[in-house]
Design a protein around this ligand. Structure first.
Ligand code: SF4
Length: 385
């Protein structure tokens, strides 16, 4: 049973200077057909799953989680976002349905369309509330338009609210970030994502700015502390939430669950016990539009690959990896595979392993990549023993 769905809306009004997501200008000739195309791929994928239902998985009748991202879903009109929502639904009674938006795009009609379409979580890409920093990375909006969007969301949006912020923007100081965080929190979000700026190769920003890893990490840690002091717990490397407001959809990824995905460049995964099948849609709007399923690449994920991915995703969480869940999937205790690495990190006070889970501490999480390299070495030694 697959209860989660990701929808990629591949349109942006203007590309930000650091981003390499697959997205096209919203003036693209296929622009008006995006919503019907997304819904038609969804039907195809659901039918294909239902045909294989007896041996594999079944598409959900009501979704547990839906995430509409991009790109910029808020470049769709209120009518289009409503049509998309109606075509996707229904959501299970306790389900979570997120739509991403840029604050400068919000209008009363757009917010109303989300609510009447069944969406219950809005994720706003604020990134910063400082004009100088927004300009430095080519963001389309400004402090003024972001504040207007936030005011509107506070007045009209009744669902859950998540805000995205970035640490490590060119020229950003600790005071800048502290001010951005304090101001963002004054709008009462139950969830904040604080990302360290990643400048992707080949993007305009990569040609003129190089991240200083050390000062960026210092800045991010100061941001983490400010969010935690405000009562938002870090539950994943870059994500903070009030208790009970963690992103259920993203937890499906971090716990290596199954999800369907539609839209160009979107990738879905069907996990069956200890292996998985994955597809990635063409990063090409025209090819995808002609044959969304046929133009996708598919791969089988072996048991060992799934173990590796389970660790790479699961150790991002403060709660770490559930030992029972791991045992149920892979038929062995996780410590049988990474025992030496876990002991070394526990001895340094960076990891806790108890009956229920194996998890990095807050300090351990800041060294996640080093820990994962240690785990991978253990796995490799296990395989070649
Ligand atoms: S709006 Fe989002 S998806 Fe579009 S270019 Fe900017 S960061 Fe990338």
């Amino acid at each position: 049973m697959i209860g989660s769905l990701y929808v990629h809306v591949p349109l942006c009004l203007r590309m930000c200077d650091y981003c390499d997501f697959y997205s096209l200008p919203s003036s693209h000739p296929l622009r008006a057909e995006i919503v019907p195309l997304l819904l038609s791929e969804l039907r195809l994928r659901q039918e294909s799953l239902e045909r294989r239902e007896a041996i594999e998985a079944k598409a959900s009748i009501a979704w547990d989680t839906v995430y509409v991202g991009g790109g910029t879903p808020s470049v769709l009109s209120p009518e289009e976002i409503y049509e998309l929502a109606r075509g996707i639904g229904p959501l299970a009674p306790d389900g979570e349905w997120t739509v991403e938006a840029n604050p400068e795009d919000l209008s009363p009609d757009w917010i109303d369309a989300l609510a009447s379409g069944g969406v219950n979580r809005l994720s706003l890409g604020i990134q910063s509330l400082t004009d100088r920093l927004l300009k430095a990375v080519g963001r389309r909006g400004s402090r003024e338009t972001a504040l207007r969007g936030l005011d509107l969301a506070r007045a009209r949006w009744k669902g859950r609210l998540s805000l995205d912020l970035i640490a490590g923007l060119p020229g950003q100081t600790e005071e800048d970030l502290a001010r951005d965080i304090a101001e963002a929190l004054s709008f009462g979000p139950d969830h904040v994502s604080l990302y360290a700026l990643t400048v992707e190769k080949g993007t305009p920003l990569a040609g003129r700015f190089r991240t200083d890893e050390e000062s960026s990490a210092r800045l991010w840690l100061a941001g983490r502390d400010a969010l935690e002091e405000a009562g938002l717990r870090q539950y994943e490397v870059s994500n903070f939430a009030r208790p009970g407001s963690e992103s259920r959809h993203n937890l499906v990824y971090w716990r290596m669950g199954s999800w369907l995905a539609v839209g160009p460049s979107a990738s879905g995964t069907e996990v069956s016990q200890d292996h998985a099948r994955r597809y990635r849609n063409a990063c090409d709007l025209e090819r995808w539009a002609i044959d969304p399923v046929g133009s996708a690449e598919t791969e089988d994920v072996s048991r060992l690959e799934l173990v590796e991915e389970t660790m790479m995703m699961g150790f991002r969480l403060r709660d770490g990896i559930s030992r029972n869940r791991f045992r149920a999937r892979f038929g062995t205790d996780i410590l049988n595979l990474i025992g030496p690495a876990a002991s070394r990190w526990a001895d340094r006070g960076l990891l806790v392993a108890d009956e229920g889970a194996v998890a990095l501490t807050a300090d351990g999480l800041a060294l996640l990549n080093l820990f994962l390299a240690d785990c991978m070495e253990c796995l490799w030694e296990n395989e070649h023993r």
